[in-house]
Design a protein around this ligand. Structure first.
Ligand code: HEM
Length: 179
């Protein structure tokens, strides 16, 4: 994972749980917490921080990761504004993630660990994102979708029955747009 992800997690934990909470997580994981945005760090370190946060807060790891995904979007909207400005709707934005946004991210950070998304787009008010990644961060994808919906001021219902955490080889994130 890129350092930027760790920096944002640091920011969110400090904002929502306090400065001391972040120091406690670093102690629990045994890391110095010096993260440089463009450097790459072990995925396991991020998962260890989330596991420590689960223990400290009693909030399930998947819920924390979901919350983190939603937290990332306003940061992206500020720092990667063009990806948002070109889009008029949540659906158009989400359709651009695999072939536009993450392609550009890959150019910036050649060693980024990015997922792949295929799309099923059969109805105007529906969209399915087929998520595949060895990191199985579908909870992060759910949070990023929630944050994106808030950004575009849209409502949706999510079904996530097919899931890598249940043994499937992909996750199907099916959205019905309700606004
Ligand atoms: C402007 C918007 C976005 C930007 C700039 C962006 C950028 C990035 C970056 C920098 C990473 C981390 C790569 C690494 O640490 O090695 C990442 C990972 C990820 N992105 Fe995006 N992203 C955006 C939107 C989205 C959206 C809307 C979704 C989901 C619908 C999404 C799904 C993911 C997931 C699930 C990962 C975690 C890695 C994995 O699952 O393998 N991203 N993205």
């Amino acid at each position: 994972m890129k350092g930027i992800v760790f920096c944002l997690l640091n920011e969110m934990v400090e904002e929502q749980f306090g400065l001391e909470a972040w120091d406690d997580l670093l102690d629990a994981v045994g890391t110095d917490g010096v993260y440089v945005a463009t450097e790459t760090y072990d995925d396991a370190e991020l998962l260890a921080l989330v596991a420590a946060a689960e223990k400290a807060t009693g909030i399930a790891a998947a819920d924390l990761v979901r919350q983190f995904g939603a937290y990332m979007i306003p940061h992206f909207a500020k720092n990667y504004a063009t990806f948002f400005e070109n889009q008029t709707s949540l659906k158009a934005f989400l359709l651009s993630v695999d072939q536009v946004i993450h392609v550009e991210v890959r150019k910036l950070y050649p060693d980024a660990g990015l997922p792949t998304f295929d799309y099923e787009d059969e109805q105007d008010n529906e969209l399915t994102m087929i998520y595949k990644s060895p990191r199985k961060l579908c909870a992060l994808a759910e949070g990023l979708i929630a944050g994106s919906a808030a950004h575009f001021g849209e409502q949706y219902e999510l079904r996530h029955d097919i899931c890598m955490h249940k043994g499937d080889d992909h996750c199907a994130l099916h959205m019905t747009l309700t606004s």
